[in-house]
Design a binder for this molecule. Structure first.
Ligand code: NAP
Length: 253
């Protein structure tokens, strides 16, 4: 049972930053945190402390949960591409007038030597591949595979945490189940071993999956980079330290 005299914070998670924030908050007097995971991965890294798993049932479900659990502050620390939950969080927090903060890690910036083609969506990425690639390292996640399934003339190395479902539409190639962080040496090997000419990546930002971008730069490979979706309006910080500072400020103001 949660202690009612504490300020209650709900952390919408599924990222390393969310897990780290949970640990940091656990050491702050006067704040009690609950971490929420969508339940997408079979063996998720479960943050320590209070954890709930599974969708809320849209904005209405989230509103009900926030009310029931008497949440005072909502921290949206979801992945930059988890867009639906971020808009749901904004709508729900506005509706019941509680504080909301978005913790969004900075996007990767193109550097000298990078050969990026930036696109707005996975289907735009698939269009680019059609005429320009033969062997692709596809790192956009299990849920996006079907967008590339019609590209039967291309060979894909598809890396994801869990394998796709039995009936999933999957492009030709090989599935590689693995979970980051990934190191540069590993990424170099993959590009050479599979004779990759193009990488498709979301602009996730952060260090955990950046090594493939460095490896592509070294080998002068093309990267089709999917740009981030827009986030809802509201306060945002870029790292865990800033989120903790924001929380402490709210706690003492
Ligand atoms: P999404 O499209 O924004 O959300 C779809 C639905 O999943 C939401 O409407 C919500 O269901 C549920 N949901 C999402 N995040 C949740 C959370 N933290 N707690 C409880 N329910 C959640 O999200 P997604 O892109 O499928 O990502 C799912 C999760 O994986 C997120 O938590 C995200 O941080 C993590 N993740 C995503 C990516 C990515 O590339 N998209 C990469 C790494 C990690 P209801 O409407 O039923 O509440």
């Amino acid at each position: 049972m949660l202690n009612a005299k504490y300020k209650r914070v709900l952390i919408l998670g599924g990222t390393g930053e969310a897990a780290e924030l949970g640990v940091r908050i656990a050491n702050i007097n006067g704040i009690e945190a609950i971490a929420s995971l969508a339940g997408r991965t079979r063996e998720p890294s479960i943050p320590s402390g209070n954890v709930r798993i599974g969708g809320f049932g849209g904005v209405e479900g989230l509103v009900e949960y926030l009310r029931q659990m008497k949440i005072d502050i909502l921290i949206d620390a979801t992945h930059p591409f988890a867009n639906q939950i971020s808009y749901n969080a904004a709508a729900a927090a506005n509706k019941i007038k509680i504080l909301r903060l978005m913790l969004i890690r900075p996007a990767w910036e193109k550097m000298t030597g990078d050969r990026w083609i930036e696109v707005d969506s996975n289907s735009a990425a698939a269009d680019i591949l059609k005429n320009q690639a033969k062997r692709v390292f596809l790192t956009v996640g299990r849920q996006e595979l079907s967008t590339f399934a019609h590209l039967q003339h291309i060979w894909f190395l598809m890396r994801m945490i869990d394998p796709p479902g039995k009936d999933a539409l999957v492009p030709p190639g090989m599935i590689l189940c693995d979970r980051g962080p990934f190191v540069l040496e590993n990424e170099r090997k993959i590009l050479i071993q599979h004779n990759i000419d193009t990488i498709v990546s979301k602009n996730s930002g952060g260090d955990a999956t950046y090594a493939k971008i460095m490896a592509a730069r070294e080998r002068d490979l093309q990267v089709v980079m999917v740009k981030r979706p827009k986030v809802p309006a509201g306060e945002q910080v870029a790292d865990v330290d800033s989120a903790v500072a924001w929380l402490l400020n709210k706690l003492h103001s």
